[in-house]
Design a protein around this ligand. Structure first.
Ligand code: ADP
Length: 158
């Protein structure tokens, strides 16, 4: 039986921390959907299509990874793509409370789908997209933290 998982997120923009989690999930599942959330409540730096394009470019050497976008409930999108698991990254204890709440709520909504938490290499545990956006705005060198296409895009807009 093919094992499929979904890795949902805002990815504004994708960082090497996300890619570390994706590499680990690829080892565990036959197919991985990396799926960008369309969240009308948030004001992202990059448009949905830019965020999808960065993921496509950064992950084009992973044949089992599929990229798409979704709006609405994660569990519904998981069912649409036939996923039995939702992947989330845990960086620090501070992520835990929110992620725990989400995981249990998603289980209430879809009993058959499990949330799988993966931890990145410790060098990425303090990394998140909003930190990158903030640093890039002030011209800091973020080349160790993002894929080359994101680095170029951040340089262009600043
Ligand atoms: P969201 O807005 O849904 O938190 P993100 O794109 O910021 O979306 O993150 C998606 C998932 O990736 C979340 O589970 C988050 O905890 C995880 N994540 C983000 N950055 C890292 C990182 N540096 N290391 C490990 N996991 C991360």
């Amino acid at each position: 039986m093919k094992r499929t998982a979904i890795y949902p997120g805002t990815f504004d923009p994708v960082t090497n921390g996300h890619i570390d989690i994706i590499q680990r999930a690829v080892e565990l599942f036959d197919e991985l959907w990396v799926t960008v959330a369309i969240n009308p409540g948030k004001q992202p730096l990059f448009s949905i299509d830019e965020r999808v394009a960065f993921l496509q470019e950064s992950l084009n050497n992973y044949p089992t990874v599929k990229i798409d976008k979704f709006s609405g409930l994660v569990v519904e999108h998981a069912r649409e793509v036939g996923a039995s698991a939702i992947i989330r990254g845990l960086r620090a204890v501070s992520d835990f409370e929110y992620e725990f709440q989400m995981a249990l709520m998603n289980r209430k909504l879809a009993e058959e789908i499990n949330t799988v938490f993966l931890m990145p290499n410790e060098k990425y545990t303090y990394l998140n997209s909003s930190l990158i956006r903030g640093l890039a705005k002030f011209g800091a060198d973020v080349s160790a933290f993002v894929p080359p296409c994101v680095l170029e895009a951040l340089k262009r807009i600043n």
